[in-house]
Design a protein around this ligand. Structure first.
Ligand code: DCP
Ligand code: CA
Length: 423
C-alpha cells in the first residue's frame, strides 16, 4: 500500500523563535550565534538576513560584511529545545508515528490517519495553523510516498509552504532534480558523480548500477535507488525508541586509591567514553553524576545539574572533577563512575554554539575512534600511567548497588533503562 509521509521543517528556526520572543526583532535581519564577542559562527539567519547572503555556518565577520546592520542575538538552546519538544508532543496527538529527525525536523507517517483530518493537505494545514497559533512560527511541510521524497519536498515551497509529491509524479520530478538537492548525496559524492557526467537524479538513475557499485561499493546501489526516489525506510516513532534515561561508565580500579590525581585520570577516560556514547546515540544531557565506592564497598553518588546540555567528554570531565573536589573522601576508592542524565535527543546542531572548531575536532576524533577503535585518539593525559581497560556491555545504573564489583579492571558502561523525560 502506498504510504503518505510528512516531513516538517521549521523555518529559520532559532532566528524565528528569537523574533517571536523579542517582537522588536521581527522583520529585521538577525543572526543567532554564540557569544557575539567570541569566535562563533552563524547558527541561524532570519529570512531578512538571508536576502543579503547571510547564512548558517558563516563567521560573524563575513555576516557583518554582507549585512552591516545585521543584529547579533546570542542563542538560547533551552528555549529552542522546549519549543521543539512542545511541537513534537502536539504532532504525537495526531498520530503515534512521529520520528524526531533533528532539533527542528520531524517525519510523520500519516497513511492511516490523514483521512481523519480531511486528507493529507488539510492535515498539513492544521499542523501549520497550530504551530502558528501557539508560537507565531512558520514551518514547511513536504508530503510524499517516503521519507526521502518528503524531505526533498519540504524544501520546494520553503518558507511557510506545503508541497505534495504524488507517486505518479515522482519520475518526472526526479528527472531534473539536481544532485545537491538530495539529502545523503554530499559534496564529495556530487563531485565524483559530476566527473562522470552525472548532473541530475535523472542522469544518475540512467547510469549503469554496476559501474556505480565499482566506484561506491554497496553505496552505489543506494545512490541508484535514491536517484529514482526509492526509500523503503520506515518512520521510526519516537515512542518506539529504546528507553534511555542516563548514560555512563564506571571502573573498578586495579588498586584502591585515595590519590585525586589518579582518580581524575580515570575520570577523564570515563568522561571521554560517556561523551562518545552520548554523541553516537544523538543524546545530550545536563545532569552529571559521579559515583564512588569506598574500599569497604560503601557506594555513594553526587550529582550536579548544569545550565547547558553536554555531550563533550572534556566538559563532562570538568563537571565531574568539580563534584569530586567537593567530596571529602574518608577511605580509598575502589570504584569510580560517571554518568550523564536529563537527556534530550537529536539536538546536535546546538553544538555549534561552542567554538565551531571545537565541535569539528570532536567529530573528527569520533570518526577516527569509530574506525580504528576506542581511544586511538585520546587526551594526552591518558597516555601516561596504567594501561587502559576493556569496556564491557551496558549493565549498571548509577544509584544501584553493584552486581559487577567482583571483577577488577573493568570499565562498565552505565545505561539507565527508564524513558528519558522531556524538559
Ligand atoms: N543550526 C545550527 N548550525 C547550523 C545549521 C543549523 O546551529 N550550521 C541550528 C539553527 C537552525 C536549526 O539548527 O535554526 C535548524 O537548522 P536548519 O538547517 O533547518 O535551518 P533553519 O531552520 O534555520 O532554516 P530553514 O528555514 O532553511 O530550515
Ligand atoms: Ca529548519
Amino acid at each position: 500500500m502506498a504510504r503518505t509521509i510528512f516531513h516538517i521543517d521549521m523555518d529559520a528556526f532559532f532566528a524565528s523563535v528569537e523574533q517571536q520572543t523579542h517582537p522588536e526583532l521581527r522583520g529585521k535581519p538577525i543572526v543567532v550565534c554564540g557569544d557575539p564577542k567570541g569566535r562563533t559562527a552563524v547558527a541561524a539567519a532570519s529570512y531578512e538576513a538571508r536576502k543579503y547572503g547571510v547564512k548558517a555556518g558563516m563567521n560573524l565577520y563575513e555576516a557583518r560584511k554582507l549585512c552591516p546592520h545585521v543584529i547579533l542575538v546570542p542563542g538560547d538552546p533551552e528555549k529552542y529545545v522546549c519549543t521543539a519538544v512542545e511541537i513534537i508532543r502536539y504532532l504525537t496527538t495526531l498520530t503515534p508515528y512521529v520520528e524526531v529527525y533533528s532539533v527542528d525536523e520531524a517525519f510523520m507517517d500519516v497513511t492511516g490517519t490523514a483521512h481523519l483530518y480531511g486528507g493529507p493537505l488539510d492535515m498539513a494545514r492544521l499542523i501549520k495553523k497550530w504551530i502558528r497559533n501557539r508560537f507565531g512560527l512558520t514551518c514547511s511541510i513536504g508530503i510524499a510516498p517516503n521519507k526521502l521524497l518528503a524531505k526533498i519536498a519540504s524544501d520546494v515551497n520553503k518558507p511557510d509552504g506545503i508541497f505534495r509529491l504524488e507517486e505518479k509524479d515522482v519520475k518526472d520530478f526526479m528527472e531534473t532534480l539536481e544532485l545537491g538537492e538530495v539529502p545523503g548525496i554530499g559534496k564529495r559524492t556530487e563531485t565524483i558523480l559530476n566527473r562522470l557526467g552525472i548532473r541530475t537524479c535523472g542522469d544518475l538513475a540512467n547510469f549503469p548500477v554496476k559501474t556505480l557499485k565499482l566506484i561506491f561499493g554497496i553505496n552505489g546501489e543506494k545512490l541508484h535507488r535514491m536517484a529514482q526516489g526509492i526509500d523503503p525506510d520506515p518512520v521510526l516513532p519516537y515512542a518506539h525508541e529504546p528507553e534511555v534515561k542516563s548514560m555512563g561508565h564506571s571502573l573498578t580500579l586495579p588498586e584502591d586509591t585515595a590519590s585525586l590525581k589518579t582518580l581524575k585520570r580515570h575520570l577523564l577516560q570515563l568522561s571521554e567514553q560517556v561523551g562518545r556514547r552520548l554523541r553516537k546515540h544523538g543524546f545530550r544531557g545536563k545532569t552529571v553524576t559521579l559515583v564512588l565506592r569506598y574500599s569497604n564497598f560503601h557506594t555513594f553518588s553526587r550529582r550536579k545539574t548544569l545550565n547547558t546540555y553536554l555531550d563533550d567528554g572534556r566538559e563532562i570531565y570538568r563537571a565531574a572533577c568539580r563534584i569530586l573536589d567537593e567530596c571529602d573522601l574518608v577511605l580509598p576508592i575502589r570504584l569510580i563512575g560517571v554518568s550523564v542524565s536529563t537527556l534530550v535527543k537529536n539536538v546536535e546542531q546546538l553544538s555549534l554554539y561552542r567554538d565551531p572548531r571545537g565541535s569539528l575536532f570532536t567529530k573528527a576524533v569520533d570518526e577516527v575512534n569509530n574506525k580504528y577503535g576506542e581511544f586511538t585518539l585520546t587526551p594526552g593525559t591518558l597516555l601516561y600511567g596504567r594501561s587502559r581497560h576493556r569496556v564491557i556491555p551496558p549493565s549498571w545504573r548509577p544509584n544501584e548497588e553493584r552486581r559487577h564489583d567482583q571483577t577488577r579492571n573493568q570499565r562498565v558502561p552505565l545505561q539507565g533503562l527508564e524513558r528519558h523525560s522531556l524538559p
